[in-house]
Design a protein around this ligand. Structure first.
Ligand SMILES: NC(=O)c1ccc[n+]([C@@H]2O[C@H](COP(=O)([O-])OP(=O)(O)OC[C@H]3O[C@@H](n4cnc5c(N)ncnc54)[C@H](O)[C@@H]3O)[C@@H](O)[C@H]2O)c1
Length: 442
């Protein structure tokens, strides 16, 4: 099929390359000229394991072309996927202006009938708004092509995006016409025929809601365990063992039960807020989601309180932060707990020494006042305390003796519960973690 992908970020680029892999002919467009140029020089503009190879293969096979104008992208296309950002607005709702712009531009430039698919995460009923925008724009330009709006939410995880896209655990699409449904069946035929991938076919608003409900539910699991961790700290229990004990229950399962310094990234915080905002707009106060968000923010501040508990005033103290990305496998810093922590420390006039295996270029842009290190032990050198903020394997695999040797004081806040408390206690550390025995051996 002839497909268009509009917006070539973490979702769009992986999607475009995967479509090409499945044999479709893909025209891809991003409004950012420097990004298009970067891609045309053959370079993927962000870190995502496996994506460079997938992209190279798609381009070399002649099945993926980065195009300079939206009109060229749409020429002869059967299905166009909207993969632009939907960032949060101050009031909690998502900024849908990029989605609207694309809807309007597609109405203007379409050269024939096509299916326009929301892959960006959008609130329920965005499809209806898009239809209105398209109808209005078509009246203005005098176009009569049929544009069928559909929803096909994306569930990939950054850091695992290629694998998630090539082998998804489900495909969800919502349509309001047989034409759009059949087109999406055809787009994903390979996954169904060769990988037996389950498909949820529904109408547009339900598909839109599946995405928000999924992300809000995952965030809820994390916040639930973080709340349990708070109780653990107070009664001397161990949240990791509790998570195991709970996760072995088939009805619960083990995923997303890790306590820590909270979720971040471009999706969970935004989607929890957007879902609560949508609920309010339609007359329901989704208080649970407000709590999920409040628990998450509290976890970040907990690390600061633990550092203050150890070091009293933080001004002039040197703090090593291990990990900057919001999770391993990506250089994405959006809503990263590590960045929040660094900003708070800098505000208190502490010195921040930050390590990350892939995100240091991005760190330079958002934290110009932090010192950056590409070696975790160098980051720890002479620091008053160290915080584990991201569970990269490079951090997990650090040896306690090496950390002890480099730090000025043996103080650690293990914000991701990656280390064994006993090992650190035996090595003379004051070892703090989340919802496990926090210790003061000396
Ligand atoms: N990142 C994830 O892990 C993930 C997972 C699932 C769903 N999503 C959702 O997918 C959407 C995209 O997320 P992302 O992480 O890829 O965002 P991103 O910020 O990485 O990329 C968005 C891209 O869209 C481009 N763009 C903006 N306006 C445009 C326009 N009018 N025409 C063409 N291009 C335009 C931007 O230049 C940018 O390159 C969001 O709604 C997000 O919530 C993201």
């Amino acid at each position: 099929m002839k497909l268009s992908v509009i917006g070539l970020g973490h979702v769009g680029l992986v999607t475009a390359a995967a479509f090409a892999q499945w044999g479709h002919e893909v025209m891809a467009f991003d409004i950012d000229a420097s990004r298009r140029e970067h891609l045309r020089r053959g370079k993927v503009p962000f870190y995502e394991p496996g994506l460079q190879d997938l992209f190279d293969e798609a381009v070399a096979g002649g099945r993926l072309t980065v195009v300079d104008d939206l009109g060229g992208t749409l020429a002869g296309t059967d299905v166009a996927f909207v993969c632009v950002g939907t960032p949060p607005l101050p009031g909690g709702g998502p900024d849908l202006s990029y989605v609207e712009q694309v809807g309007s531009a597609v109405a203007e430039h379409a050269t024939g009938d096509l299916v326009l698919v929301e892959k960006s995460t959008v609130p329920a009923n965005t499809g209806r708004r898009l239809e209105q925008v398209i109808a209005r724009e078509q009246r203005r330009v005098g176009s009569s092509h049929r544009i069928y709006v559909a929803s096909n939410p994306e569930f990939l995880r950054e850091g695992n995006a290629v694998e998630d896209t090539l082998n998804p655990d489900r495909i969800v699409y919502g349509t309001s016409s047989v034409h759009a449904r059949d087109a999406l069946r055809e787009v994903y035929r390979v996954l169904v025929d060769e990988h037996d991938c389950p498909v949820v076919e529904t109408e547009v608003a339900t598909a839109e809601l599946i995405k928000h409900a999924s992300n809000a539910f995952l965030a809820t699991r994390i916040s639930f365990m973080n709340a349990v961790a708070q109780i653990c700290d107070r009664v001397g229990a161990d949240v990791e063992v509790i998570a195991r004990g709970m996760g072995l229950d088939d009805r619960i399962g083990p995923a997303f039960l890790r306590a820590g310094i909270g979720y971040g990234g471009s999706c969970f915080p935004k989607d929890v807020d957007a879902f609560a905002h949508l609920a309010r707009e339609v007359g329901y106060e989704f208080d649970l989601l407000e709590s999920v968000r409040a628990i998450n923010s509290g976890q970040r501040d907990l690390v600061l309180r633990k550092l203050e508990g150890e070091l009293w005033h933080l001004a002039g103290k040197s703090i090593a932060i291990l990990g900057a990305a919001f999770k391993p496998g990506t250089d994405d810093l959006r809503e990263s707990p590590a960045i929040y922590l660094a900003e708070q420390l800098l505000e208190q006039r502490a010195k921040v020494r930050i390590y990350d295996p892939v995100a240091l270029n991005a760190v330079a842009k958002v934290l110009p006042d932090a010192e950056r290190f590409d070696d975790p032990l160098e980051a720890c050198s002479g620091a008053h305390a160290v915080v584990v903020a991201t569970e990269w394997s490079e951090i997990r695999n650090l040896r306690v003796e090496d950390l002890r040797e480099h730090l000025a004081h043996p103080i650690i806040v293990d914000g991701r519960n990656v280390f064994d408390p006993d090992t650190f206690i035996e090595a003379g550390f004051r070892y703090h973690s989340i919802g496990r025995r926090s210790v003061s051996p000396i």
